[in-house]
Design a protein. Sequence first.
Length: 318
Amino acid sequence: MKRFFLIILLILISCINVYANPKEVIKTDGFVIPTNKWKDKIKIDENFEVNNPEDKIIIIYNHGSDGNDVKLKHCFWRSELRNWAQLAGDKINDKEIMVYIHCQGQLEGDLGAKLGKTGMWMKKWEGPYPGTSKMDRRVEGNLEVVKKFVNLGVPKKQIFMSGHSCGGWATLRLTAKYINEVGGGISLMPACFWNLSKKYKVKKVGYEKAMENFHKKYPGMAGWRQKQIDIIKEGNAPILIFTHPMDHYEGLTSDWMDTVPNFKRVVVSETKKINGEKCKIAGSNWEEPVKDAHIIDFADCFMYYHPMIKEYIASRIK
């Protein structure tokens, strides 16, 4: 029995070392410095400078969130930037890609500030959302960054919004409202309303029944989500979206995207492999197989889609 508990303790310690290590966290804005190899050290240049801006393509990358309307203690994991570091420095039509990470962890919404992280998931809140949400502030904050790049001389059509999870959702929201201010958007595993696919057993009961149950239990959150989906649909922006059916957040609740004419949605895989290749993620001094499909875009195997991403960008900067 003692041996069993010792093993459990060692596992917990290893998890803490991997996911709670301050070296794995990035809390700043800046450019991702290109890497030669996927496992090279991730570095950030915090200087807001762009030489020869007319010959640059800017991708503004947004992080996810473990609380969609409250402040965060961190923004980015180094592990999620490896693929972007590989894409940075590449050229499309003689224009160099620069990847800029935008930290918005300090933002919070009016309701989140009042109710806290868990309070918004109480049935007593029936909506509609009162005031300005964190997502609204994320959208407007990104627009300000876009304007800064334009002021430096980067053409609007060469600026792309991107993000993972809640950052992917912010990409959908910004492009729906401000597509004329950017070249396009690349949304990765967009989700910002908890693990809906898993929690409401979409695979077993179907989408309609699952959403019915979601509305009954959390009418405020469900209504707020649907309102945002309606805004995104109406925007009908020409963006590239990646989802995965095994993503326990919105993996099986994203089919509505297929009804938006200008969306190009890519269903990544039916497994935790891409094009038959096993997938792994890596931090500063560790690596492991992908266990969670929600973060498969962090994995080395996701570079399989880099040509598609560059092809999309090329189609938008003509």
